[in-house]
Design a protein around this ligand. Structure first.
Ligand code: HAM
Length: 423
């Protein structure tokens, strides 16, 4: 059989329930904060990501799934959602109605990274963006929202790290100081960081090589270089988070892997996840829309890695709960027409019950085995002799007890019976 691609996992039927539950909670919480869903295509012009995410980033340099379509145009599977979302925001003039537009997107992203635990080539994000406002209150609410989501999922043991990486006014001075510092320590840097030093020096702060980490640990940090406006903004964000009782740690070396960030950046980490421990990350990106050719549009957002949230929840869960017994299996015996069972099952479904019938000509024993396996609460057994008297047999699958009931009342009676827990 042809196999799937490494790092591009299937989500199997016994896992999809957890994904649906995760996303249902997210939609509910996002709705309470006034966010509306947007769905953009999974591929875009390559140029969007190159200009949006930044040429010297790992994503653009080595991780994009880029291809030429039949018309010779260079297209790329989206490696993240922010650039696509801002394109759509500008293209459809979504800012016309409100100065602050709150949007979210749930869907797959694609990065050609080395697959490992918690790192996939197709993965899923819940991406959230507050577009159009520069004020620190928006930063604080966005972080509070992310905190709320993690809490609503019951995720424990996560820590929040925040930083400010300055803006167009103050970052150049920092960059200069950082490059000067690294210049004297070149020989200790890995080969990748030599390239970074030339193209995008701040990426050295992101390198995981022990030698580079050691050098980065002694480097000047951005907060020392922030201009007054950035310093005030960061102080205001921290003040609001303190007031809202959101615990965080300021990490002066948090730069994040995408070039569009300005000012506030943040990440939630789950140390229990090992190397790939960021469950969500984001920040302000006041210059991105201009970079894409649009008007100044100060914005902030984050993305949550759904796989990493689900892995975290699984790791902290106790023994899994046994699902309740629900619904009604309609069985036949003694040559009763399968069509009659199908019609009854259809009535029960219309009354809101889960129901199934045998479609494979099984014996009554086989049908009961299937009803148990599929965790049905009741079976209704249609037999020729009972049907002639207008009766059917109702079997309680929890204790095996049986009783005859009038066929005409079956749907009404079953629609009122509660599900039952049985181990
Ligand atoms: P990011 O930090 O690249 O940010 O990704 C956000 C989250 O996606 C990560 O914290 C992680 O949980 C998950 N993630 C990233 N790569 C992978 C992977 N290969 N496998 C599994 N999970 C992964 C962004 O994408 C920004 N667009 C976030 C943002 C939105 N900033 C502002 N608005």
């Amino acid at each position: 059989m042809i196999k799937g691609i490494r790092g591009v996992p299937d989500i199997l039927p016994d896992e999809t329930g957890k994904w649906q539950a995760l996303e249902a909670v997210a939609r509910d919480v996002l709705d309470r904060y006034g966010y509306a869903e947007i769905r953009t295509p999974i591929f875009e012009r390559t140029e969007l990501f190159v200009r949006g995410i930044g040429e010297g980033t790992d994503i653009v340099e080595k991780e994009m799934y880029t291809f030429e379509d039949r018309g010779g145009e260079s297209l790329t599977l989206r490696p993240e959602a922010t650039a696509s979302l801002m394109r759509a925001y500008g293209e459809h003039n979504l800012g016309a109605k409100s100065s602050l537009v709150k949007l979210y997107l749930i869907g797959p992203m694609f990065r050609h990274e080395r697959p490992q635990s918690g790192r996939f080539r197709q993965f899923h994000q819940i991406d959230v963006e507050a577009i159009g406002s520069p004020g620190p209150a928006v930063d604080a609410e966005v972080v509070v929202l992310l905190h709320h989501l993690l809490e609503a999922w019951g995720l424990g043991g996560v820590t929040l790290r925040i930083n400010s990486i300055g803006d167009r006014t103050c970052r150049p001075a920092y960059r200069e100081a950082f490059v000067a510092y690294l210049g004297g320590r070149r020989e200790g840097l890995c080969a990748d960081c030599h390239v970074r030093l030339a193209k995008n020096p701040l990426r050295v702060l992101d390198c995981k090589q022990p030698g580079c980490r050691e050098i980065a640990a002694g480097a000047p940090t951005i907060p020392q270089y922030l201009c007054e406006a950035c310093r005030d903004h960061f102080a205001a964000v921290r003040g609001l988070l303190d007031g809202l009782k959101i615990g965080y740690e300021v990490d002066e070396r948090l730069v994040r892997g995408l070039d569009y960030y300005t000012r506030t950046t943040f990440e939630f980490l789950n140390p229990a996840l090992g190397a790939q421990n960021a469950v969500a990350g984001g920040g302000r990106y006041d210059g991105l829309v201009e970079e894409l050719g649009g008007p100044p549009t100060p914005s902030i957002g984050f993305a949550i890695g759904e796989e990493r949230i689900l892995t975290s929840l699984l790791a902290q869960a106790g023994p899994s709960e046994t699902p309740l017994l629900t619904g009604v299996y309609v069985a036949t015996v003694g040559g009763v027409d399968a069509g009659q069972a199908m019609a009854l099952a259809q009535t029960l479904r219309r009354r809101g019950l889960r129901s199934a019938v045998d479609l494979e000509g099984r014996s009554l024993k086989g049908q009961m085995r299937q009803a148990n396996k599929d965790r049905f609460r009741y079976s209704l057994i249609l037999g020729t002799e009972e049907l002639n008297r207008g009766q059917v047999t109702l079997k309680d699958m929890a204790d095996g007890s049986q009783q005859e009931i009038p066929l005409a009342e079956a749907a009404d009676r079953l629609a009122c019976m509660p599900p039952r827990e049985v181990v």
